[in-house]
Design a binder for this molecule. Structure first.
Ligand code: EPZ
Length: 425
């Protein structure tokens, strides 16, 4: 298993190009199952999660060609059974359920396991699909679903105890596009990645309105066409690099990020400014420059569904707050267990107390490098950021976590001046 050696103390400068969104790519790749025609998806990041999705599509019978960021998919003849050995590796595989049910009126997908950030239930996915006519049974660890009479539009409320569900909204939207009649999703997720999927489906000929609001309406159509699409920039990768710049950027010139989307970054931008750092976008909001403030202060974060502060950014901000004078409080209302990174940062000298879904951080300047363990995608990135600002070397093990969702993060940071080595083992 690869590991990263992060030698602290470098100042980051220059510019970095942000990759296409992993979390937009995954449902859009799944949505190509909805047509026999060829789809071409551009700016798909080369990370293990998108590779897993491509393996699943191939195993289902689709023809898939990938050349760097462009993926060409023709799902002419497909099977309804998603292979367990791949599905078990990535929870997001469940977003093939909706398209398979819509296209074949049946699907068999293994129940995803929990993961380090929480037990990750799928009850809302099932509620949505059953709501429009799917019969779903558990057989040998698989969710076996069928709709012998087809799917029929209904009004379904997808709110759970932690709020809306992103992939649950995606699954129902993808199932509803070929259903008879009109489906309304109440308490829908509003994330930009959901909007990107809706835009892709509408290009294919779907009739979806309200994406980006809590109420999405889908009028069923008979068939969809193959189209070309470029996925939106990855707002979480961009947010991660914005925090890196606030922590270790050159005070005079800062770090510039290209290929971003200003409106998608608002929660992170606002929090960086609140903490005393400087963020400036270009006129079109497609590039931004982040400079560390001279007198940074701690801040408080409560994660919430979009447009609230994203859970996927709380670990990275915890790294920032760990070296920011003052007390900061980070509460994750979406994944209350998502604090594995705090114990690792404590090994590096951070002063963090975690209790009942909340981290209380007493910032200090003296963090020191140590061997640490990556646990989930965003926690791993947060540990890299902490390593950048620590005395000595931080050894980050289990690098496969970070490779799931960050395209060449080490190369990109090295280009900005970081002193990082990837050790292949
Ligand atoms: C998506 O996961 C993202 N993944 C996650 O990003 C992100 O953290 C999450 O949304 C929240 O924003 C992808 O888009 C591939 P949810 P998803 O369903 O859709 C509960 C990353 O780092 N829930 O929106 O699986 C759930 O437990 C990943 O890139 C139910 O109770 O998350 C959670 O508390 C990590 N029942 C809340 O809802 C369900 O049926 C939100 O989960 C489904 C979810």
């Amino acid at each position: 298993m690869d590991k990263l050696l992060v030698h602290g103390g470098s100042t980051l400068k220059g510019s970095v190009h942000i990759s296409g969104s992993k979390n937009a790519s995954l449902p859009i790749l799944a949505a190509t199952l909805l047509t026999k025609q060829t789809c071409i998806i551009r700016r798909v990041p080369d990370v293990s999660d998108t590779n897993y999705m491509i393996q699943i599509l191939t195993a289902l019978g689709a023809e898939v060609e990938r050349s760097s960021g462009t993926v060409r998919i023709t799902a002419a003849n497909i099977d309804h059974n998603a292979p367990y050995e791949i599905v078990r590796k990535m929870r997001a595989s469940i977003c093939v359920m909706g398209p398979l049910l819509a296209r074949l009126h049946k699907a068999s997908v293994s129940l995803p396991g929990g993961c380090i950030i929480g037990d990750r239930p799928v009850d809302l996915h099932l509620k949505g699909l059953e709501g429009i006519g799917a019969d779903i049974n558990m057989e040998g660890g698989n969710m076996v679903m069928q709709a012998p009479d087809g799917l029929h539009g209904k009004e379904v409320d997808l709110r759970g105890k932690h709020g809306p569900t992103v992939l649950g909204t995606d699954n129902l939207m993808m199932a509803a596009v070929l259903a008879k009649g009109t489906t309304v999703i109440e308490s829908a997720a509003c994330e930009p990645e959901v909007v990107d999927l809706a835009n892709f489906l509408n290009k294919m000929g779907a009739k979806i309105t309200g994406a980006g609001t809590r109420r999405i309406t889908i009028e069923g159509v008979d068939e969809l066409d193959g189209v070309e699409h470029t996925v939106i920039p990855d707002r979480i990768e961009a947010g991660t690099f914005m925090v890196a710049a606030a922590m270790a950027g050159c005070p005079e010139n800062g770090v510039t990020l290209h290929r971003v989307c200003e409106q998608d970054l608002k929660p992170s931008t606002d929090k960086l400014i609140e903490s005393g750092h400087h963020v400036e976008f270009n006129d079109t909001g497609t590039s931004c420059t982040v400079k560390p403030g001279s007198e940074p202060i701690g801040a408080n974060i409560v994660t919430a569904p979009f447009p609230g502060f994203p859970t996927d950014m709380q670990a990275q901000f915890t790294s920032l707050f760990a070296i920011t004078p003052g007390i900061s409080v980070v509460e994750d209302t979406i994944f209350p267990q998502r604090f594995m990174h705090c114990a690792e940062m404590t090994r590096m000298g951070a002063d963090i107390k975690v209790d009942n879904g909340t981290a209380i951080i007493q910032g200090s300047q003296n963090m020191s490098g140590a061997p640490v363990m990556a646990s989930d995608l965003r926690a791993s990135a947060a540990l890299v950021l902490s390593g950048l600002c620590s005395e000595g070397t931080t050894e980050i093990n289990r690098l496969y976590h970070i490779d799931r969702g960050y395209e060449n993060i080490d190369d990109k940071l090295i280009m900005l001046g970081a002193n990082i080595e990837r050790v292949r083992e």
